[in-house]
Structures are given as structure tokens and as C-alpha cells.
Design a protein around this ligand. Sequence first.
Ligand code: PMV
Length: 347
Amino acid sequence: DNDNPYLVSCSAPVNIAVIKYWGKRDEDLILPINSSLSVTLHQDQLKTTTTVAVSRLFKEDRLWLNGKEEDITHPRLQSCLREIRRLARKRRNDGNPDSAGLSHKVHICSVNNFPTAAGLASSAAGFACLVYSLAQAFGVEGDLSGIARQGSGSACRSMYGGFVEWKMGSREDGKDSVAQQVEPESHWPELRILVLVASAKRKPIGSTSGMQTSVQTSLLLKHRAESVVPRRMDEMTEAIRRKDFPAFAELTMKDSNQFHASCLDTYPPIFYLSSVSQQVIHLVHRYNRHYGETRVAYSFDAGPNAVIFTSQQHVPEFVQVVQHFFPPDANGEDFIKGLPVTDAVLS
Ligand code: PMV
């Protein structure tokens, strides 16, 4: 116990859902209306880096996001802090020493290496990283996905690398709504992900309020959650286990489309796709039709940026095709970021 702050630094990567999460059945605990499945990117790519400092000299908990101080009283942040401290207290009562004083306040600094809130799953990497670094600081171990979930639903999937399922669970207390690895990244080394950044702007409608209106008004979303996703989760898991790219790709595109259709079915409707997104969708289908097989798939989250799935051997050609139709803009901004999918080791 000295005056120097105890420091922990971690990074966590973004994950891209191939079976989408959209809609909560419990707003406070963040329990979803359907299970979802995602691929976690390599941790050197789109990622959040968080440093947590713990000191007995700090007067209050504080948080900086990309250099700007944010309101720490945000209920979801408070949930994560409270849960980690609760587990730390429990561990100490069980006779395990912790790494930092439990009563001490924390200063948290978090930086993204990609546009925040542009529908590139920034909150997923952000909360996964926050929870993991706090756990390290306070000496908490075990599955922390249930805590990351209470920060941002999709964050629970960034706690693991490779292919990750978030089981919706059936309990009211949410204890069984956790993430689980389906396959490690090493299972499918040929799989590649390209991110086509169509806009780095903040999305007009955040996922929280978007989901609320969708749950309240969209019958398609209800049908999707009850009758489509359960079967699709099994089919997707099978396709990943078999490394069946055409099956994986078709399910991925259909699920992205149904998510955006549910947004359109929301009243008033929500549009996350732009005309550039539509052009990318058409391009992918034309490309696949040209070869008479599914070589490339797209997926879009709550924003216009396309995430492309393909296999290693098709990357150079598809990148050329994209560059032909979407030449780099006047600022020389990169439209393509090629991201190998490798294991996301939280370090
Ligand atoms: O976890 P949130 O609130 O950022 O919601 C994420 C929702 C989607 O990205 C659109 C889908 C998903 O499963 O990641």
C-alpha cells in the first residue's frame, strides 16, 4: 500500500456478429431476445486499449475516452464497476489476496484505434476491455462475459477469441446469458475479414434506443427472434464446424439483411445502410454470380460500413474489384482494412 497508483493495461478487439443481436428482454441486466454468434478480430486490428490506475490517493472514480473525460455515473459503467468490486470482495472473503485495495478509486483511460460509435462495434471492444482490465487490477478471475454483457450486450462476445456464441439464456437473473467459444480462431485460418469504411461518422440512432423501438413495434423482429434465429444458430455453428464457406456466407448475408429489414420494419423506421452499403451488397452478389459460387459475404451492423468475409485466396482479386468501383477518396482515406482473423488474446 504505497502512494504509487497500481497500473494495468489491456487491449480487446472488436467482434462482428454473423447472427445478429437486436433487442433486449431486460433493459437493466441487458438480456437479449435471441442468441447471437460472432467472429472476434485479431487484437492488433480494430481494438480498444484501456489503462486502469488504482490509488488510495484518488478521490473518485473517473473515466477518459479517447482523451476526453466522460461521465462515470453512466449506469452501465456503474454496473461493471460494481460487479467487479463485488467479485473482488467475494474473493477476498474466500481468503484470496487481491492486487489493489478494494476501497480505492480507479482512473480509467480508454482509446480506440478506429472511429467510435460508427457502427464498428466500438462499445463491444470498449466494455470487454474495461471489464478485463478492472478484473486484472482487482485480481478477479473466471468467466467475466456476464459482467461485460452488462456494459454493452455485444461486449460479452469480445471476451473470447475466434468464433463466439452469446447464449440468450432463460433465467430472469441473467446468470446463464453468457458468451462461449464455439471454435478457436485456429480452426479456420483461411477465413479473412475486410472492413470497408463507408463512413466514420457517428451513427444517427444508437443501438440502445434503436432496439427499444424495434422491440416495441416490429413484428418481423419478433418473428425473427422466435422462429428464425434459433434454427439459424444451429446451422451457423454447423457451417463453422465444417468450415463450409458457402453455407457460412449465405447465413451471414441473410442474417444481416434480416436485421436491417427489422430496422425498416420498426416504426418509425431506422436506416443504417447507405447507398454505398447498397452498392457493396450488389457488388458482392454480382461477384459471386460471376463465379457461380459464394466466395464473398457481407455483413453490416448499426452503421453503413461493410464487413466482408472471404477466404485468403480470394482477397487480392476482391480487393482489386472493390478498388475499381470505389477508388480511394480525395483525402486518400483507406477504404479497405484487411483483417486476418486470429485469436484475440487479451493481454
Ligand atoms: O451491444 P450493442 O448495444 O452495441 O449492440 C450491437 C448490435 C449489433 O452490432 C447491430 C449486432 C451485434 O450482434 O453485434
